[in-house]
Structure formats: structure tokens, C-alpha cells
Design a protein around this ligand. Structure first.
Ligand code: TPP
Ligand code: MG
Length: 158
């Protein structure tokens, strides 16, 4: 289902708990925007996953905005991956536009979660070049950010 934001993350904990209890060599993966991490459910889900040693990957797509709210109005830590330490889990921040880095990171983290029966936080850095949804537009985004990220996109295609 779409649009759960924070509350869907605890469901991934439940899936991971089922794998653990059945001794299955699997791990759960929950995907959230950085806006979803500003909800209380995010914190509960990560804390329970750490305390119960659940094999679950929490994947954050940090695209700079939660709807129209920029990240500097959402949190005060430098990076969202810094939160991993607070829950007692490992975490990594990667270039979310580098598809091979994303693939390799998730493949390696999956193996780690299954082998060590632990959760993991991955923060993928990217930028939202369009509105949260087509109707809302992007008037709240300073134009230089589009130029900056457009350049990054062009240089990564060289
Ligand atoms: C539980 C819940 N709370 C609030 C909303 C309303 N809402 C929908 S999207 C959104 C912002 C989400 O931000 P982010 O996860 O960064 O997504 P993005 O805007 O980058 O697509 C909010 C607050 C919702 N759908 N569900
Ligand atoms: Mg976002």
C-alpha cells in the first residue's frame, strides 16, 4: 500500500521477526522517504529492530524535501544515517543516483543482516526534480538546486 509513511516500517519488523522465528535465511526491506523518518513510528520501528535483533533493512530515499518541507526544517542531525548509532545499529550513506552503488550496497547489507541477525540503516542521497506529486509543482524549491542536481546528472552520464 502507498502513503503509510512511518507506520509501514514497524510492519517490516514483523516480517523480519517471522523470518527469524522460522529460521529462514531472509531479511525484510522497508523503503521510506526522509519525510517519513520525521514521524514517531520511524523511531519505534528502528529501536525495536535493534533490541530484538531483527534482520531488516531500513532504506531512506533522502531527496531533500518532505512534500514542501526542506530537510533543514525536518531534523537537526547532519545526516539521517547518524541516527543509526543512537539505536545501536550499523548504517551507511550512499549516492542514491549511483545505481551500481545502490545495488552493491543492498546486496552486501542483505548478507550482513541475515548472517548477523541485525538491522541496518541505508541513507540514499538524491534530489526530487519534480513536485511531490504532479499537481503541486515545485515553486518552493530554489532554482539553483535544480541546476546543481541537473549538473550532477549530466556528469554521471559521461
Ligand atoms: C501517516 C501519514 N502521515 C502523513 C501523511 C501525509 N503525507 C503524504 S506524503 C508526506 C511527505 C512525505 O515526505 P517524503 O517521505 O520525504 O516524500 P517525498 O515528498 O519526498 O515524496 C506527508 C506528510 C501520510 N500520507 N501518512
Ligand atoms: Mg522526501
Amino acid at each position: 500500500m502507498i502513503s503509510h509513511l512511518g507506520p509501514q516500517l514497524a510492519l517490516a519488523d514483523g516480517v523480519a521477526l517471522a523470518y527469524k522465528l522460522r529460521n529462514e535465511q531472509k531479511c525484510a526491506l522497508a523503503f521510506t522517504g526522509e519525510g517519513g523518518t520525521s514521524e514517531g513510528d520511524f523511531h519505534e520501528a528502528l529501536n525495536v529492530a535493534a533490541v530484538w535483533d531483527l534482520p531488516v533493512i531500513f532504506l531512506i530515499e533522502n531527496n531533500g524535501y518532505g512534500l514542501s518541507t526542506p530537510t533543514n526544517e525536518q531534523y537537526r542531525c547532519i545526516s539521517l544515517v547518524d541516527r543509526a548509532k543512537g539505536y545501536g545499529m550499523e548504517g551507511v550513506q550512499i549516492d542514491g543516483n549511483d545505481i551500481l552503488a545502490v545495488y552493491d550496497t543492498i546486496a552486501g547489507v542483505r548478507d550482513y543482516c541475515i548472517k548477523h541477525q541485525k538491522p541496518y540503516l541505508i541513507e540514499c542521497m538524491t534530489f526530487r526534480m519534480r513536485g511531490h506529486e504532479e499537481a503541486s509543482g515545485v515553486k518552493y524549491v530554489p532554482p539553483h538546486l535544480f541546476e546543481l542536481w541537473e549538473k550532477k546528472r549530466s556528469s554521471s552520464q559521461l
